[in-house]
Design a protein around this ligand. Structure first.
Ligand SMILES: [Zn+2]
Ligand SMILES: [Zn+2]
Length: 289
């Protein structure tokens, strides 16, 4: 087996001490892929990437064979706000996210499509697409191994992306002007009302993924168990195998050849030291067995 065929399993890690330190945290947790925030996810302020930090990250990734790297965009960014000043701010902030992702050499930038409150869903979708197009205009993404991944959401009222069709629609609209793909989150799929727990439900849900988004377009699976019930629309992540989704569903997903090209990244709670490694270990065991 070559290094490239090793399943990519990882976890969201912190960046205290510089973004490059994430590689060491990921490796210490047993991961060969990871996700970070490139700025505080609840602040509008962000420092540009230091070239020496980016270089250090590249060197460490090479040394430990760690890829792909995903950056999760700030939660504050709502690219389809009906308030123009908010949308303009969000678009500028998202441009910063793309700039930092490119500077760090990250393969993926994960984005929640936003909330269309005050608009129609169609207007929201159009606005999100226009904002993303505007945000990346003129940035040097061509020819790079870089994609913006639209993440499905828990399906809360007015949030775009609770339905697989909406994720697919946004990707379709963006394709001509941006490098796009999809990140699916197991917890969000489950609480949005799609069955991935029963084996029949799993097959039906994945058939829908194939018909709407397409398997190839899915680049990352966020692997999170759920604290809340299927269809509850409550987004509360749980440790793998300890929630309402359960270990068997993750095992099925990790063995699903249609997603053999994907990275599987946990965003599970960190209740005590070592929880990142514990969840990566559970995923690794499920993928092997
Ligand atoms: Zn997620
Ligand atoms: Zn979530």
């Amino acid at each position: 087996m070559t290094a490239k065929q090793v399943k990519r399993i990882g976890v969201h890690v912190g960046v205290a001490g510089g973004s490059w330190t994430a590689v060491e945290r990921a490796v210490a947790a047993g991961a060969n892929t990871f996700q970070i925030f490139s700025s505080s996810p609840r602040s509008w302020k962000a420092a540009p990437v230091k070239p020496e930090d980016a270089l250090k990250m590249q060197e460490l990734r090479k040394k430990y064979d760690v890829w792909p790297v995903a950056i999760h965009a700030s939660y504050l960014i709502n690219l389809c706000s009906q308030t123009e000043s908010v949308r303009v701010n969000a678009t500028a902030a998202f441009r910063g996210e793309v700039e930092r992702a490119l500077a760090l050499g990250a393969e993926f930038l994960v984005l929640h499509p936003g909330s269309w409150k005050g608009l129609t869903r169609e207007q929201g979708l159009k606005m999100a697409a226009a904002s993303i197009e505007e945000a990346i205009a003129g940035l040097p993404w061509q020819g790079k191994d870089f994609r913006i991944l639209i993440e499905n959401t828990a399906g809360a009222e007015f949030s775009l992306g609770g339905k697989l069709e909406q994720v697919a629609e946004l990707v379709e609209v963006l394709k001509p002007c941006a490098p796009v793909g999809v990140c699916l989150d197991t917890c969000h799929v489950h609480v949005a009302g799609y069955d991935i727990v029963s084996s029949d439900g799993y097959e039906e849900t994945m058939k829908l993924v194939g018909e709407t988004i397409g398997f190839e377009a899915v680049k990352v699976w966020h692997c999170n168990d759920a604290k809340a019930a299927m269809g509850s629309k409550l987004d509360r992540h749980e440790h793998i195998g300890e929630g309402t989704i359960g270990a068997a569903a993750f095992k099925r997903l990790l063995h699903d050849a249609r997603f053999g090209h994907c990275a599987f990244i946990a965003e599970t709670p960190v209740d005590q030291p070592g929880d990142e490694a514990r969840n990566v270990g559970v995923l690794r065991t499920l993928a092997a067995g």
